[in-house]
Design a binder for this molecule. Structure first.
Ligand code: NAD
Length: 705
């Protein structure tokens, strides 16, 4: 009662037209499935119907199944029954597709007898990237249409193809220019004129020549290469293989069995967890109601690495931005870098020349702070120096319009102290972008005790337009990501001093799933950058004479990383490939000897655990201190900003996968061996293990931080 209708049926001559209208992207929800059943009932009751057209209102055909249902009971049987009704219709049923047709959306179309699409429609089965397999017939029907090999390529590559390619492959029958509905109705008339009737996919057989051992071997190798540590793509191969021998109804049952197995894996639960975690970060708990202020223009102070990347981020979102620096030369240099970055996007075909000039046109430069007077948001990205930042915030306080958000991109400084340089700390917060700022999705939003709700709301809303994933944090040294990285990197460096090669450490981390080993990361970011941070913040670090000494030794020997071709590794000009370098190893050995670090043989498990345990342990401190709103925010920081594998769900999720008791015992074990300085278990971790409760239990009891 009173619920919006998500489907409707109309008659067009002797064709029943079923239209779906479930904004924004026609996701297949429970309500839509009920609507489709009702629509089929309605069609059955209509007289003299000779064809059915299935189409969608809005910007796209069904974009996919409702991922929100993943947590609930299995729906395969319901999908199977619904799609069988379409397939079993006694008159031809045609799906007319436009937009982005993924997963369950495409599987619905595969259950129809014919498929037509607008040019540019994108069709795909991306399930394996979420650790699952197509579970609504995709693994059984698609091979019947295009053969097992092509079907598996689509499933394993998990990338949509366009309508023209789908036509070539045979799972789209016609590409329709112009009005899709009219074109599809014309297509139906041609079907009728040529006497073609229903064409159930179920009745077809899969060509066994498309699933030979050689093909299966090749695709299994591809699956292992694209998805190391993961099973879903291999499970999909099993399912598709079965389509060769099994009739459709049995094949669908086998598919369901495999789909449910896949859903129970850590890779699937972890990927789905991150998917929802990313959607949760924008929800700010305990804010008084109010609206976000619109952001019509922005200002940036500092045209360096970060300022330039942030300026691009705004221009990419279509928001005009004014960039200030201390000198004309700095502005020119900054602008030239931005233009070169856009230029390389044009070269790679990612941007049109017109778009380049449009975006450059949105970026103005100035030496005069008065030009920031109209900006709704101003982001400071000058050198990491408290006095300088305070001076700049004092100036911003004088020129910015009332209510403008004043943000600092600082990585290590106390945002509350910066805010105190203004008379409006309520409008001040940290916006910690990651390098390269125009590429990296993560944005740590740092609130001080004074930051007001309006400023928080404005930037949370703005982040959507900037296509960033915001994670709200409170002030602490290193915020979330860098704070957790300290122990992780500390152990990696310490193990290098103990005799493990940088390559060995990075290989273990990368094989486990980190996008890049931490030592290679340091080479990329600049080993000297980390050293300077440690020198400037010595008081923040524990009194360990070996602490970060690998970094210090390399920098003292003039090895800054990729920027000068040598750091933990050696690099050749114009090439980012890392090569092991005996010279670096000698420097590290000498430093270890000077510090008296005892050599040690590490197995893979030790390397991994010494890196990951401190990382996760620090997460429990951050959670207990209320630095983040929820544990899953920490998972988002690491999966979207630090290359932690999404299929492992992030560090907090992973801690529960290995078991909190295992983590605690591991911390204590290393503490017994290496001393307590770095291995103190987080009190919250101890508490959870003692009480035998999960992170979610604890969060539910605690309420809003
Ligand atoms: P950078 O050295 O590349 O750029 C700093 C810019 O500030 C330069 O263009 C400089 O001319 C300008 N500047 C200096 N004094 C100024 C003044 N008085 N008025 C106006 N402009 C002035 O530095 P960066 O790497 O872009 O870092 C900027 C900030 O971002 C720092 O706070 C840093 O901690 C933070 N940050 C850096 C990274 C990173 O990876 N580089 C990541 C996150 C945050």
């Amino acid at each position: 009662m009173g619920e919006r209708q998500v489907t409707r049926v109309e008659r067009d001559g002797d064709t029943a037209v079923i239209s779906i209208d479930n904004p924004p992207v026609n996701t297949i929800t429970a309500a839509m499935r009920a609507g489709l059943r009702a629509a089929l009932d309605e069609v059955a009751a209509m007289s003299r119907i000779r064809a059915v057209l299935l189409r969608c209102d809005g910007g796209t055909f069904c974009s996919g199944a409702d991922i929100g249902e993943f947590a609930g009971p299995p729906r395969e049987a319901e999908y199977r029954a619904l799609f069988a009704r379409f397939e079993g219709l006694a008159v031809p049923v045609v799906a007319a597709m436009h937009g982005t047709v993924l997963g369950g959306g495409l599987e619905l179309a595969l259950a129809c007898h014919y498929r037509v699409a607008s040019p540019g429609t994108r069709l795909g089965l991306p399930e394996v990237t979420l650790g699952i397999i197509p579970g609504a017939g995709g693994t059984q029907r698609l091979p019947r249409l295009i053969g097992a090999e092509k079907a598996l390529e689509l499933i394993i590559n998990a990338k949509p193809v366009d309508a023209a390619e789908a036509l070539r492959q045979g799972f789209v029958d016609e590409v329709i220019d112009g009005d899709l509905r009219a074109g599809a109705l014309a297509y139906i008339r041609r079907l009728q004129d040529s006497g073609r009737g229903p064409r159930p996919t179920a009745a077809r057989k899969v060509d066994p020549a498309t699933a030979t051992d050689a093909i299966v071997q090749r695709l299994s190798a591809l699956a292992r290469k694209l998805y190391p540590n993961r099973e879903a793509a291999l499970t999909a191969i099993k399912a598709v293989r079965a389509s060769v021998d099994l009739p459709l109804d049995q094949g669908l049952l086998f598919e369901e069995e495999l789909a449910n197995q896949a859903k129970a894996t850590v890779e699937s639960r972890g990927s789905v967890h991150v998917f929802f975690a990313e959607r949760a970060t924008r929800k700010v708990l305990g804010l008084p109601p109010g609206d976000a202020a619109p952001v019509a223009s922005a200002g940036i102070v500092g045209a360096g690495t970060m300022g330039g990347g942030i300026a691009m981020t705004f221009a990419n979102a279509g928001i005009p931005v004014t960039v200030i620096d201390a000198t004309r030369e700095a502005l020119d240099r900054g602008l030239a870098v931005i233009e070169a970055n856009y230029g390389s996007m044009v070269k790679r075909g990612r941007l049109t020349p017109e778009e380049l000039s449009r975006r450059m046109g949105l970026i103005r430069t100035s030496l005069d702070y008065a030009d920031l007077a109209g900006a709704d948001v101003i982001i400071e990205a000058v050198y990491e120096n408290m006095e300088l930042k305070k001076t700049i915030f004092g100036t911003l306080d004088r020129v910015a319009k009332p209510g403008a958000v004043l943000a600092s991109n600082t990585s290590t400084l106390d945002v509350a102290e910066i805010a105190a340089a203004t008379k409006r700390p309520v409008d001040v917060l940290g916006l910690h972008f990651f390098s390269p700022a125009n590429v990296m999705p993560l944005l740590e939003v740092v609130r001080t005790p004074q930051t007001g709700a309006a400023a928080i709301r404005t930037v949370m809303e703005l982040s959507k337009r900037l296509r960033k994933t915001p994670v709200l944090a409170r002030v602490c040294y290193g915020f979330v990501g860098n704070r957790m990285m300290e122990g992780y990197a500390r152990e990696a460096e310490r193990m290098v001093l103990e005799g493990a090669t940088p390559k060995r450490i990075d290989d273990v981390l990368e094989r486990w799933g980190m996008a890049m080993g931490i030592l290679a990361v340091f080479d990329m970011a600049g080993v000297d950058v980390g050293v300077n941070v440690h020198k400037a913040n010595a008081a923040q670090y524990p009194p360990d004479p070996t602490y970060y000494q690998a970094d210090f030794a390399l920098v003292e020997a003039g090895r800054y990383g990729q920027k000068n071709g040598k750091g933990y590794y050696r690099y050749e000009k114009g090439d980012r490939a890392r090569h092991e370098d005996p010279e670096a190893l000698a420097i590290l050995r000498a430093r270890a000897a000077a510090l008296g670090v005892p050599p040690r043989a590490h197995d893979d498990a030790e390397i991994l655990n010494r890196c990951l345990y401190p990382l996760m342990n620090e997460g429990f401190r951050i959670l207990a201190e209320g630095i983040v709103q929820r544990a899953s925010d920490i998972d988002v920081v690491w999966t979207s900003g630090y290359g932690f594998p999404r299929y492992r769900g992030g560090p907090m999720f992973h801690a529960e996968v290995i078991g909190l008791d295992t983590l605690l015992a591991g911390m204590r074990g290393f503490g017994a061996e290496f001393g307590p300085m770095h291995w103190e278990p987080a009190p919250l971790l101890v508490e959870l293990v003692d009480k035998g409760i999960s992170i979610a239990d604890w969060e539910a009891r605690r309420g809003t931080p």
